[in-house]
Ligand binder design. Structure first.
Ligand SMILES: NC(=O)c1ccc[n+]([C@@H]2O[C@H](COP(=O)([O-])OP(=O)(O)OC[C@H]3O[C@@H](n4cnc5c(N)ncnc54)[C@H](OP(=O)(O)O)[C@@H]3O)[C@@H](O)[C@H]2O)c1
Length: 245
């Protein structure tokens, strides 16, 4: 059955590849991008490969007016949203962000997108997800969001404190939302967070040794397409197994 899906930050990187994989499976996919030119070009490129049900939509997760316009567009066109993939993210890894001298400007910038943007997008679109018969929210996270992993001696990338804090806080929101929707509201909306693992993208300066964006997107794919009775409130590692929070 075709689903109506929105992927944020999908003009490039893992999000772009995920849109392609979702479209290949016959779904209607909104390719969200903050930059209209690159978003439109990305959607046209996928359409040119034969997947016509891919639609560019302008959404900057730090700009409420674009999030609301996205909600209104999907409400008018589809009446509901089956799957929201909160993929948009920034690293600011070119800026120093070790904990002892953490610059709050860097923390604010990363948090604005990776935490506040994710929450605002989710709360604004949730009424449309509630109208789905099989709602799914997939938050794209990182190993660097795991406090358990980061607390180990000599943890990798501990120095990216702003990014790690913003992603760990987004994980806390994932837990809060998943539990509320299941335990209190008794809905079957599934809310999970999954890491694609280290992938060479613009976010990390196309770091050497990372997996391809297609391989990263393939890890996310099944978690976007969960069945109605699928699991909720999980943090999934790139191995496909549960990660420590
Ligand atoms: N790469 C990795 O190793 C890795 C590992 C774990 C998790 N992740 C996560 O994977 C997700 C995708 O990142 P990526 O690696 O594919 O990096 P990427 O290629 O840099 O893609 C990030 C996407 O997010 C968009 N974006 C940034 N700020 C935005 C905003 N305010 N509103 C809307 N879109 C915005 C970017 O748009 P522009 O092109 O306009 O900048 C871009 O499309 C992120 O959440 C990241 O934290 C990545």
């Amino acid at each position: 059955m075709s689903r109506v899906i929105l992927v944020t930050g999908a003009n490039a990187g893992i999000g772009y590849e995920l849109v392609k994989l979702l479209a290949e499976k016959g779904n209607k996919v909104y390719l969200g991008a903050r930059n209209p030119k690159s978003g439109r070009e990305a959607a046209e490129k996928i359409a040119a490969e034969g997947f016509k049900d891919v639609h560019f939509i302008q959404i900057d997760v730090t700009d409420l007016s674009t999030i609301e316009a996205t909600r209104d567009h999907i409400a008018n066109a589809d009446g509901h949203l089956d799957v929201l993939v909160n993929n948009a993210g920034i690293g600011e890894l070119h800026r120093p962000q070790t904990a002892p001298t953490l610059d709050l400007a860097v923390l604010r910038t990363t948090t604005e997108t990776n935490l506040f943007g994710l929450i605002q997008t989710t709360t604004t679109l949730l009424p449309l997800i509630r109208k789905s018969s099989n709602g799914v929210i997939l938050n794209v996270t990182s190993d660097m969001a795991s406090n358990t992993i980061q607390a180990k001696p000599n943890a990798i990338m501990n120095q990216a404190a702003a990014y790690n804090i913003s992603k760990a806080a987004a994980n806390a929101y994932t837990i809060a939302l998943a539990r509320e929707l299941k335990d209190v509201e008794k809905t079957d909306i599934k809310v999970n967070t999954v890491t694609p693992g280290y992938t060479s993208t613009k976010l990390n300066g196309f770091g050497v040794g990372g997996k391809s964006v297609k391989a990263g997107a393939e890890i996310l794919l099944p978690w976007a397409l969960l069945e109605k009775d699928g699991p909720t409130c999980l943090f999934i590692a790139a191995s496909g197994k549960e990660s420590a929070w």
